[in-house]
Design a protein around this ligand. Structure first.
Ligand SMILES: [Zn+2]
Length: 310
């Protein structure tokens, strides 16, 4: 305990570094789980007199007895739990409701009712054409608590007002404009297929879980190509469920993610060309068969890769 007193902890967003009497703890924040385990191991090695720390609660209990040091440990723990990760690559439980489309409803109206963007709903539900939706279809609405009733144009007081205006002077075309669905934005060809094949698992909600990318099965060893030119910002097997993983940062806000690779062929910091082979298809991490799990991220936000592929 005395050894820790007066020592400072240095916390950064990308990397965590501790110094306690010459011993250094360093870890990347790209994997919060690994970070926590190694952090506990580090603490255990630095505090031989305390029992082995098995979980955060026991860490807090133990730290309570450590006076001054405890405050720092708790602070560090909070920082660990709250620190923004570069990528949270775990599959989260989606938050939202399924809306069952009723006759006369369109995607634009549905999105307006729930206050969500057409683009987000389109991507989550793999709808590239708003006219595709049919009565009876279930559409996942992110962030909603309950299914709402969509006010149809006929019953809308707004529309009545518009119709009154129409009588005076505004041409009909202009009045109908707001009723037309927004365009779903496709950026086909912004990225190339990293591996050719059928998508066996699409983007969006899958069996009650978020799937932040698409799965493309291919024979083990099949070359994986960079979807666009960029810089490799991650090449490691540190995130266990993703196995060998590569993240390429592209121009602008986009990055692409390639997971379950048998082998990564590029290193962090390397610049890659569009179409350059960066890895081989495999089944490392949480995968039952050889396939590529491919993600497109806009900043941290996962986007539907299909909207960007030719
Ligand atoms: Zn996947």
């Amino acid at each position: 305990m005395e050894d820790i007193k007066g020592q400072s902890f240095k916390l950064k967003v990308e990397r965590l570094e501790f110094k306690v009497h010459g011993s250094t703890f360093k870890s990347s924040l790209t994997n919060s789980l690994t970070l926590k385990l190694s952090f506990f191991r580090f603490l255990a090695s630095q505090l031989p007199s305390i029992p082995i720390i098995r979980n955060p609660q026991s860490l807090v209990d133990t730290s309570r007895r450590l006076g001054q040091a405890a405050i720092r440990i708790r602070l560090a723990l909070c920082a660990l739990l709250l620190a923004p990760c570069l990528f949270v690559l775990a599959c989260g439980t989606p938050y939202g409701v399924y809306h069952r489309v009723r006759p006369g409803e369109n995607l634009f109206r549905i999105c307006k009712t729930y206050g969500v963007t057409l683009q987000e709903v389109a991507e989550l539900n793999n709808i590239t054409d708003a006219s595709q939706i049919r009565a009876g279809q279930k559409i996942f609405i992110p962030g909603a608590n309950d299914q709402l009733t969509v006010i149809l144009p006929e019953a809308s007081p707004e529309k009545e007002k518009e119709e009154k205006v129409e009588v005076t002077s505004i041409p009909r075309k202009e009045i109908e404009k707001p009723e037309k669905p927004d365009k779903i934005r496709l950026q086909k060809g912004l990225f190339d297929w990293p591996v050719r094949g059928n998508i066996t698992s699409s983007f969006g909600v899958r069996a009650g879980k978020n799937h932040d990318g698409i799965d493309i099965p291919a024979k083990g060893g099949t070359p994986i190509k960079a979807a666009a030119a960029g810089k490799v910002i991650f090449s490691s097997d540190e995130i266990r469920s993703y196995g060998n993983l590569i993240i390429i940062k592209h121009e602008g806000r986009f990055s692409t993610v390639y997971a379950h690779n048998r082998k990564n062929l590029v290193q962090e910091g390397e610049l890659v060309e569009r179409g350059q082979v960066v890895a081989e298809v495999g089944d490392t991490g949480r995968a039952t068969t050889a396939h590529l799990h491919f993600e497109v991220r806009d900043g941290k936000k996962p986007r539907n890769p299909v909207f960007f592929l030719p």
